[in-house]
Design a binder for this molecule. Structure first.
Ligand code: ADP
Ligand code: GLC
Length: 471
């Protein structure tokens, strides 16, 4: 089968979070299963662009409201990612340094989607599936079905994967002028509560919707940032498929970002050496258990609770642990995490910003990973942490519920708590300290988590089965 993934992110080309990791891995594993999976995404000005060679495969143009855009599709020459990578260049609109965060993101991603549909419409053949990811690609199925110029694509099956229903890409109806000449009888497909809602529109138009864990699929029917009733109504076309992790990229025995590499056999020694590097760099105490947080500093991740959790733990548990935070996001949280460094020197440190290499070093050198997320559709950090022998402490939600069993339960290996509150999180840290003082138990847990298999093979196959049922 030929599958086209349409996405705003794809690692290592451009990544802001887990979406990038998934779109950088899933197509590779689908190709390994004997299919032809390709990725098309915007051409941002990232390092990857300058370090690789590309061929121009198509040039076209389209109108968007009162604008006229020329676009170019370029293809990476070597296929080194394990799949064909196509980038959409729209001069002045997409070629920026960051993926998101610009005032004209609505225009940027709408134009990206029009270019993708226009390009596919000019192919000599039809792909078997167009697989769109999140709201940045959510208007593609609508355009393929209801824009007059592209209706010849309407028979191609489309699939939507929702990585996070919190973000929906809403825009006012005034923006409807951006869409290529469309059938206005179909306005209801675009609309959700008097706005154009690309995520809701995709749910209505695609043949199948997947979300990145089974538990999140169930949660969306009562908590989906206003789309609950839509998910209840469309539940028949929705399936949960748990993400995998790219075990070639996230592998402590080969990871080029960490020093030294280690396997299960020498994990204790290897992790200790990685921890030493971190402790030296961040002025922390190697004798104490190291708790880390890596992620977007946003409400969903409960990052706002971190400062109080860290203060309370250090003060009420006699400073028996160290904390290290890597993240970026809401300004107030960044400020607080930065500001508390001087008061908690020797117990806590942080690096505000995005740093891929440091994230690998943290997974390798830490003892425990904190993930108190209020919302977590799947979560990859907890799976990466376990691969590196770091014990996850997670809230009982979404994909965290589906991947972590509390060590107090039969067959358990992690720490799970119910509420995103300072009390529940600090209590879990207390439980982690108890675990840390029992070397035999810790060793057993480390062995279990490093041996767990979260690789993509199973999930990649589940997507293929789903596509096959669309024929
Ligand atoms: P989400 O996609 O909601 O942010 P995930 O757990 O699915 O959450 O994936 C987060 C990904 O982004 C992981 O690969 C994680 O290591 C990475 N990441 C998040 N924040 C940072 C950061 N500040 N620096 C480096 N990597 C980060
Ligand atoms: C989203 C979710 C995260 C998930 C990732 C990849 O960003 O917030 O939970 O792991 O997408 O699917």
């Amino acid at each position: 089968m030929e599958i086209i993934h349409v996405s705003a992110e794809c690692y290592p080309v451009a990544k802001a979070g887990g979406l990038g990791d998934v779109v950088g891995a899933l197509p590779k594993y689908q190709n390994q299963l004997g299919h032809i999976a390709k990725v098309v995404m915007p051409m941002y000005r990232t390092k990857f662009l300058y370090e690789h060679d590309f061929d121009i495969v198509h040039k076209g143009s389209f109108g968007m409201g009162t604008y006229w855009f020329n676009y170019t599709i370029i293809k990476e020459r070597t296929n080194k990612l394990g799949f064909d990578l196509y980038l959409v260049d729209i001069n002045g609109l997409l070629d920026r340094e960051s993926v998101y965060g610009y005032g004209d993101d609505t225009e940027r991603f709408t134009a990206f989607q029009i270019a993708v549909v226009d390009w596919i419409s000019q192919w000599q053949h039809r792909p078997d599936v167009v697989h769109v990811h999140d709201h940045h690609a959510g208007l593609v199925p609508f355009m393929m079905q209801h824009c007059f110029g592209y209706r010849h694509l309407s028979a191609i099956p489309t699939v939507l994967t929702i990585h996070n229903a919190q973000y929906q890409g809403q825009m006012g109806w005034d923006k409807s002028k951006y869409l290529p000449h469309w059938d206005t009888w179909e306005w209801g497909k675009l609309d959700w509560r008097n706005n154009i809602n690309p995520l809701a529109c995709a749910v209505k138009c695609v043949k199948k919707v997947t979300t990145v864990s089974q538990s999140y699929l169930e949660e969306m029917r009562y908590s989906a940032n206003g789309l609950e009733s839509l998910f209840e109504y469309e539940k028949g076309k929705c399936t949960g498929i748990l993400n995998g992790i790219d075990s070639a990229v996230w592998n402590p025995s080969t990871d080029a970002f960490i020093e030294p590499n280690y396997t299960l056999a020498d994990a204790a020694k290897g992790k200790q050496a990685n921890k030493k590097m971190l402790c030296d760099l961040f002025n922390l105490d190697i004798e104490k258990p190291l708790f880390i947080f890596i992620g977007r500093l946003v409400h969903e991740k409960a990052a706002d609770l971190l400062p109080q959790v860290i203060y309370d733990s250090v003060y009420h548990m006699e400073g028996r642990m160290n904390f290290l935070v890597l993240g970026s996001g809401e300004a107030a949280v960044e400020w607080e995490l930065e500001n508390m460094k001087s008061q908690l020197a020797g117990y806590y440190n942080s690096k505000i910003g995005y740093n891929e290499k440091l994230s690998h070093q943290l997974y390798a050198g830490a003892d425990f990973l904190l993930m108190p997320s209020r919302v977590e559709p799947c979560g990859l950090n907890q799976m990466y942490a376990m691969r590196y022998g770091t014990v996850p402490i997670v809230r009982n939600t979404g994909g965290l519920r589906d991947t972590i069993i509390d060590f107090g339960d039969p067959g358990g290996y992690g720490i799970r708590f119910n509420d995103a509150t300072v009390g529940d999180i600090t209590y879990s840290i207390h439980r982690a300290l108890e675990m840390y003082t029992q070397p035999k138990l810790l060793k057993k847990i480390m062995t279990t988590i490093m041996e767990l298999d979260f690789s993509w093979e199973t999930s990649a196959g589940q997507y293929i089965n789903l596509y096959e049922r669309l024929k």
